[in-house]
Design a protein around this ligand. Structure first.
Ligand SMILES: Cc1cc2nc3c(=O)[nH]c(=O)nc-3n(C[C@H](O)[C@H](O)[C@H](O)COP(=O)(O)OP(=O)(O)OC[C@H]3O[C@@H](n4cnc5c(N)ncnc54)[C@H](O)[C@@H]3O)c2cc1C
Length: 382
């Protein structure tokens, strides 16, 4: 067992850290308040090869792995979760890389790491979230095209994406419900495509979120991911497995960032004649926070490393995502508490981190669904 990162991984982590500290920290509050996606930051992150690091060199990606993607995400979220979401510009490319036809890979992957296009994956609907079998957006075959109708909800990058991978019902009558769905690549400029930006999010407000209305949107059959109907369910499960690890790294990042802020604060804030960090009760709290972050980090790295070595382990991935999300929420809460009244005011960044952390317990599966995955793997059929 080797717990050492390679020199290349350490260098990537350091480069991501330096980039985030230099480019993100100054604009973070502004973009949170504006609820706007930081386009310039996204471009710079692409130029330095941080977006879609797991994409093959054959498709103009950096050709690294998901552990590297997790390390970069962690460092970005450590500085600011909202702006750190620029890395999600590649969300959905995993589907094309793992399941797309050669033609789809050549057409849709290269623009994303090159900073020429933003992607997203649209699965959730107004009445279908955790229960994915309630998805009703339909894709009906008409000649050599498909006509898509339906509404998607809470779609990351929805109003800024150039194209989305859209999860659709292609065969409602299929005997097995696992064979009813397919993914399609849908470009934003197709007639009938409408994106309505959602404002007023609690956190990650620099990340774009939208409702997508698809009204008789016609896409050529070449846009069916993998070229074969009925493959959507295993594809979406694969996408979830990958992105739950990425979400776990967000939980680790937001928690580490909050811990960093708490450590700096308790060293300078004084009460009862000394810095509050000298009180043992506060030292115990910091020790608990740091231990939780380290445990979540280890589980996250293990799950990511396994993916890069050919094993997507749903149980371990769900554990990493749940623990990291819980750690993000608890550690930001503790860090805010250590800031006292100042923590409650946006003069300090911890207020934003506290709001941002919560999303990791919701997207890429809620914490309850993660626990179901873990429990079902243990119990099996009985
Ligand atoms: C900011 C943001 C970005 C998002 N980005 C995307 C995106 O890019 N693409 C996309 O497709 N979706 C996206 N989502 C949607 C997200 O994945 C869903 O919100 C999430 O899966 C939960 O679905 P839901 O909101 O319908 O909640 P529901 O499924 O209605 O769940 C409501 C509550 O019931 C609980 N619950 C449901 N079923 C069970 C059960 N069997 N046992 C116990 N508890 C249960 C849930 O855990 C939750 O607490 C995003 C959401 C947000 C807020």
């Amino acid at each position: 067992m080797n717990f050492q990162m390679t020199k290349e991984q350490k260098d990537i982590r350091q480069a991501a850290k330096e980039f985030a500290e230099k480019e993100i920290s100054e604009i973070a509050r502004e973009y949170d308040q504006k609820e706007e996606f930081p386009k310039e930051l996204w471009k710079k992150a692409c130029d330095l090869g941080f977006v879609g690091v797991y994409l093959d060199e054959a498709y103009q990606g950096p050709g690294l792995g998901y552990l590297e993607a997790a390390l970069i995400m962690e460092e970005f979220w450590r500085v600011d979760p909202g702006c750190g979401c620029v890395l999600l510009a590649a969300f959905g490319t995993e589907l094309i890389q793992n399941f797309g036809t050669e033609e789809q890979k050549r057409k849709f992957i290269p623009p994303v790491p090159q900073g020429e296009a933003i992607m997203g994956a649209a699965i959730t609907e107004p009445d279908a979230g955790s229960d994915i079998f309630r998805v009703t957006t339909s894709a009906a075959k008409e000649g050599d095209a498909y006509v898509i109708n339906g509404t998607k909800m809470f779609i990351t990058n929805g109003s800024i994406a150039d194209y989305l991978a859209v999860y659709c019902l292609t065969d409602p009558e299929a005997k097995s419900r696992y064979e009813r769905y397919s993914f399609f690549l849908v470009e934003k400029d197709r007639p009938g495509f409408q994106a309505n930006k959602l404002k007023g999010k609690l956190g990650i407000r620099a990340s774009d979120t939208a409702e997508i209305v698809l009204n008789n949107v016609k896409v050529p059959e070449e846009n069916l991911i993998g070229g074969k109907e009925g493959q959507g369910f295993p594809q979406v499960m694969d996408l979830f497995n990958i992105n739950r690890v990425i979400a776990a790294s967000q939980g680790v990042g937001v928690a580490q960032g909050a811990l960093d802020q708490a450590i700096a604060y308790v060293k300078k804030r004084e009460a009862f004649g000394q810095a509050i960090g000298k009180f043992q009760a506060i030292q115990f709290k910091l020790a608990e926070m740091a231990t939780m972050v380290e445990a979540a980090r280890l589980l996250t790295y293990q799950a990511a490393w396994l993916i890069d070595h050919g094993e997507k382990n749903p149980r371990l991935i769900a554990m990493a995502k749940w623990l990291a999300a819980e750690t993000g929420v608890r550690v930001t809460d503790d860090a805010l508490q250590l800031h006292g009244g100042y923590g409650y005011i946006n003069e300090y960044n911890i207020e934003r981190f506290y709001r941002d952390a919560k999303i990791v317990e919701i997207y890429e599966a809620t914490k309850e669904m993660e626990k179901l995955t873990i429990a079902r793997q243990m119990l099996g059929k009985f």
